[in-house]
Design a protein around this ligand. Structure first.
Ligand SMILES: [Mn+2]
Length: 446
């Protein structure tokens, strides 16, 4: 039971003689605006992490000193069973979640009054208010718990890593199947359907985030989600998608030509992104900082763009003038776990770097064994960034206007792998072709 392991990990952060209780409120069903349409349920990640419960309307109470785990299951009546099916008997709930004591949800106040804790640690203001509304005399505290859980979630336990490997394994299959099936003339939603089919066929039922299935110019839209356009001959196709296994996400991006064969321009720019990816990955090991990897990737990208004649001038000067961010405007990577953009990227006291591109970096800290990160460099031709830059003399002096103007409908390329940080380096969970030759072979064009 990994939830028990996670509770032990969390409680080890509190002082041995610390009195008090941790209160956690599980997620409820959400509805579409004012209707009775139920949005598919997904447990709140911290609750799932500490209880293992992925069903609505539960509460939990953990005694910090004795480690006793009280689980509060919702009281369900026959009417509930009519609409939602069988109600789990207590024995089944005990078996599934192994609480020390199982209660009904309406017993929460009675138990809290009885225990009369010195302090009740809550995750956030909303949950604290819920407790205070039960009894104004309770002392609640909202600073400690979120930091402690976040600290725990950053470094994955072995059972968590196994779940991430399983999410990644199936994601690899789905990405490869799309790469094999893609043909010019398909709609973006058709490739999405192929991707979804292979995830679901392998037992993963829930996407970890809204996937991006982008042909042509849409590949330069960082959070494109319409996925409804025709993929044309000569287009690049960018797929950034992943499902979750028991809550744990996979998040992989590949970009390849719709017709299976890279043009000269596509191959040249693709190779720059691939170099940035491969060389960043080679550097991944404990002690390295994400912001160093990010800036290193920016330099590789500028060097490559310079060799291709898109930018010109001294690399150091271009770095100082943030020219990299015109082509690579997002962060190099992020933590991955129960959430796709997982928690803990900025420990207390660490601020974002106020500089183009890197200000969107989601992790700014030293890598440690057990962390799981993505590395995802990209090069995009985004008219909204490049057109103003061409008008701005400070930036335009580094830009080859003639070449860039021809590439404004090129789209973008991003390649993303998922890595576990190990004692001496990394374990790459992603195994989907990314070398140009391997992609062309798999797509049947060479
Ligand atoms: Mn990502």
């Amino acid at each position: 039971m990994s939830a028990k392991l996670h509770r032990e990990k969390l409680l080890s952060l509190f002082d041995e003689n610390q009195e008090g209780f941790i209160y956690l409120k599980g997620a409820e069903i959400m509805y579409r605006y004012g209707t009775d349409y139920e949005i598919p349920f997904r447990q709140e990640s911290n609750f799932w992490y500490l209880t293992g419960v992925n069903e609505p309307d539960y509460h939990a109470l953990i005694d910090i000193k004795t480690t006793e785990f009280h689980l509060f299951a919702p009281a369900r009546d026959a009417q509930y069973a009519v609409w939602h099916g069988r109600i789990k008997p207590d024995s089944e709930i005990m078996d599934l979640y192994k609480p020390d004591i199982l209660h009904r949800d309406h017993e929460l106040l009675t138990l809290l009054n009885q225990l009369n804790p010195q302090v009740i640690y809550c995750l956030n203001e909303e949950q604290a208010e819920y407790v205070e509304d039960l009894n104004r005399d309770f002392t609640v505290e909202t600073e400690t718990l979120i930091d402690a859980i976040t600290y725990c979630r950053c470094i994955k336990t072995d059972p968590e890593l196994d779940k991430m490997r399983e999410a990644a394994r199936i994601n690899n299959i789905a990405h490869i199947e799309v790469m094999k099936a893609l043909k010019t003339g398909m709609y973006e939603y058709e490739t999405k359907a192929i991707f979804d089919y292979h995830q679901k066929k392998n037992g993963l039922l829930r996407h970890a985030y809204s996937g991006i299935h982008a042909g042509g110019v849409n590949s330069a839209i960082l959070h494109y989600t319409e996925n409804n356009q025709l993929i044309k001959d000569g287009d690049l196709y960018l797929i950034d998608a992943g499902y979750e296994f028991e809550g744990y996400a996979s998040d992989v991006t590949r970009t390849y030509p719709a017709n299976g064969r890279f043009t000269g321009d596509q191959a040249a720019i693709y190779q720059v992104v691939l170099d940035a990816l491969n060389r960043s990955i080679e550097l991944v090991k404990p002690g390295v900082r994400m912001e160093e990897l990010h800036m290193g990737a920016c330099r590789i990208i500028l060097q490559g763009l310079k060799e291709f004649g898109i930018v010109k001038g001294n690399i150091d000067e271009m770095m100082e003038n943030n020219i990299f961010a015109l082509f690579f405007p997002h962060g190099l990577g992020h933590f991955l776990g129960l959430d796709t953009h997982d928690v803990g990227g900025y420990p207390k006291g660490v601020d974002r770097i106020d500089r183009p591109g890197i200000r969107f970096l989601r992790v700014r800290r030293e890598l440690l064994p057990g962390m799981v990160i993505t590395i995802e460099p990209g090069i995009y031709f985004i008219p909204a960034l490049l057109k103003p830059a061409l008008e701005n003399s400070e930036q335009a002096r580094f830009l080859n206007a003639e070449k860039i103007e021809k590439l404004l409908d090129f789209g973008g390329i991003r390649i993303e792998d998922n890595l576990v940080i190990t004692e001496d380096g990394y374990e790459n969970l992603t195994d989907v072709p990314k070398e140009i030759k391997d992609i062309e072979v798999l797509m049947g064009s060479s």
